[in-house]
Design a protein. Sequence first.
Length: 506
Amino acid sequence: MLTRSFMTPETNKDLLAYTPMFHARMFSEGAKYRTEHFEPVRGTLASPPDSYHTSQMQDSDWYLDGHKKLDRPLFVQFCANNPDELLAAAKIVQPFCDAVDLNLGCPQGIARKGNYGAFLQEDWDTIYKLINILHKELDIPVTAKIRILDSREKTLQYAKTVLSAGASILTVHGRQRDQKGHNTGVADWSMLRFLRDNLPPDTVMFANGNILQHDDIAQCMKETGVDGVMSAEGNLYDPSIFGKPPPMGQEGREYWRGRDGEGGYRMDAALRRYMDIIHRYVLDQEPPQRKPLFLPSDPVEEPEVTEKEQDEDNREDGPPPKKKQKRKEDRAKGQREKCTSPNLTVMQPHLFHMLRPLVSKHTHVRDALGRVRAGDIDEFERILSLVEEATKEGLLEYEKNGEASFQTDQEKAKQEEGRDPESLATLARCKRPWFICQPYIRPLPKEALAKGALMLSKKEKARLEREKEEAEKSGVAPEGRVEEHKEVSNGEAKVADIPKEGLVCG
Ligand SMILES: Cc1cc2nc3c(=O)[nH]c(=O)nc-3n(C[C@H](O)[C@H](O)[C@H](O)COP(=O)(O)O)c2cc1C
């Protein structure tokens, strides 16, 4: 809904949302698992034969997921390795979505253990059965998301298998299974172009990977010839990614434009929209009255007494302030009643994505966000005030010092340290002040290797040595990716170590 909020009613029709990936067996067998992940109705989502007849449902019967006015089109995504389990899960969700997607791209350790996602990609027989049963038994289409394999021909055969089983849309993530974490690297759009040119022309294909900002969407469609583009991280960092920026001179208070004409949505604006959606749709209450967002051109106001100053004043005069007391009580209550609403439990990880550059600079905001408990809306409102204050500070500094206020020379040097020219060009292209929503530019694998965040396995080291020797003999420089590696964890990765998120595709 946040992503949609940055689009016009017209362009909204082009936006398709996916749920996070649900585990098919757990979803079909566990009412609790369903309630904690997918809420098209209030309360427990029943499984067939107690099917829902959505045409007979009253407006008040609908809740949020797959809501006919708020959350369509929606694809529900599952991982599975057993066709019957997948079908059972798909039948539960089919009244509330437009298609069921099979995730064959998940590369995580948990998918390896559970034998699903990208770890099925060698087992085309099972893949065929999983897709085909949905194709035959569901009333809505089945779609699939795959990763590329190590050769064009194999990937083409794989894609053909998925389509022959009955997948109506093929989403291709242009990276191989081992391209994850510090080894993520750049997605291979040329492979997508090859698939587009060699699959039947009526194949509906979506591309995934390398979408950092709005302009990349059109570029990807042009280079690959696909029908749609999926964005995950780009959208998490900048929820306005699918929206067209406002025309020059019509920025309003939410959109910021620098002196070079480049701009983006302010983080305080995006966070207000986020909070308002939570108040209105999740908590069924009106959001608090909010003052217009600050603009440096606004008349100067008398400084307000901040909550902290108020607390300190009160402390001198007597008992602790009521508000603080209430917050403590709410927190204690939160500890007793664990919040399980899927809309509320994802707030903290979502905001760590969206506010990444701001919280890196203003560590008191990062610490406050790190401490907040799921469902503690007052505390999230307090974080919003901190973000508004920080944004105001950033805007005023930009007025005074222009581009120089983005980053100190020291911060810039730190960000650019060990980066190669390709990354530096991307950093320059996507550069925005820290209070503007913007993509996170991951270091390339070779940069991660140089920094020691990624280590080669013995086998890989030997292979590279061999390649180097051969290259020295032949005079041709070795190309290639890091095939096997060990991740070296660092504190930073933990902050951004996010659980499942919803994804969107436009
Ligand atoms: C936090 C997070 C959660 C993800 N969850 C899913 C998921 O549930 N299903 C899925 O197909 N892909 C998931 N992905 C992978 C993305 O769909 C996508 O394939 C990958 O991030 C590359 O695309 P991007 O460059 O647009 O992020 C997730 C990625 C991230 C960063």
